[in-house]
Design a binder for this molecule. Structure first.
Ligand code: ADP
Ligand code: MG
Length: 258
């Protein structure tokens, strides 16, 4: 089953003589259960793509389908329900509320709209256990390490059983040990909670935890690499593709200068 379908997606910023095509006729799909990375040089359109999937922004043309529904056709209230029920967010800034405990931070999105789900406490206990947070549930965010805070964000993202988790550079502010640990937990969520993950990253090591990487450049689909063997082999293929995507740009720049 397709969880995400992006069709001929374009996003133009500015107008008249100052137009930037942040996305330019981008198409791809993601199947249920995949852990997909989006990579590409700075300015390739990665954040723009995430914003369109997250309904923070709307496309200039083309369409986005998530869990069988086309975003552009949704009413305001359907959109709000879509964000609450189908999406989970793991962004680099942790966005945890400092005055709430870990437990309350995790359950907050599910308690916005009454009634409080009946199985919420059981679900919280289960997810906290999965992410190694059980003993931290009563703490406050400033009593946690950066890695622990990002795990709380992951717990919050997955609690409501979303179809899709959107992650934007989730390891960006973590040291390499905390980053590795978080990525192992995300892999666990992907497998055990059966949640599809789309993660934007510029880092090949982070990307190597995915099953597939879609490379974009200049707002358009460039290539993709699918994991077949070990994570090390996948990492090497990602590095090779990065060299190709950057090498092409450098070569062209050199030609332009002559
Ligand atoms: N709000 C905006 N207004 C004008 N241009 C924008 C805006 N957001 C992004 N852009 C431009 O669109 C392109 C893609 O940006 P972005 O999606 O942030 O790329 P990435 O996240 O891959 O670095 C860039 O050229 C950027 O300058
Ligand atoms: Mg960006």
């Amino acid at each position: 089953m397709r969880v995400v379908r992006v069709e001929h997606l374009s996003k133009i910023y500015g107008h008249r003589f100052n137009r930037v095509a942040a996305l330019n006729d981008l198409s791809f799909g993601i199947d249920a259960g995949e852990f997909v990375g989006i990579m590409g040089p700075s300015g390739a359109g990665k954040s723009t793509l995430l914003n369109l999937l997250a309904t923070i922004d709307t496309p200039t043309s083309g369409s986005v389908w998530v869990a069988g529904a086309e975003l552009a056709t949704m009413s305001e209230s359907a959109m709000a329900a879509y964000r609450r029920e189908q999406l989970g967010f793991i962004f680099q800034e942790f966005n945890l509320l400092p005055d709430l405990t870990v437990a309350d931070n995790i359950t907050l999105p599910q308690t916005f709209v009454p009634p409080r789900p009946k199985d919420l406490d059981a679900r919280l206990a289960h997810i906290a256990d999965t992410l190694g947070l059980t003993r931290l549930l009563g703490r406050y965010p400033d009593q946690l390490s950066a890695g622990q805070r990002q795990r709380v964000t992951a717990a919050r993202a997955v609690l409501g059983k979303p179809s899709l988790i959107l992650a934007d550079e989730p390891t960006g502010s973590l040291d390499s040990m905390a980053a590795t640990e978080l990525l192992q937990y995300l892999t666990k969520l992907n497998l055990e909670e059966d949640v599809t993950i789309l993660m934007v990253t510029h880092d090949a090591f982070t990307a190597s935890f995915c099953n597939r990487i879609i490379f974009i450049r200049d707002g358009a689909y460039f290539a993709e690499v699918t994991r077949r063997g070990s994570r090390q082999q996948f990492f090497n293929s990602i590095i090779d593709m990065e060299a190709t995507i950057n090498g092409g740009g450098r070569h062209r720049a050199a030609v332009d200068r002559t």
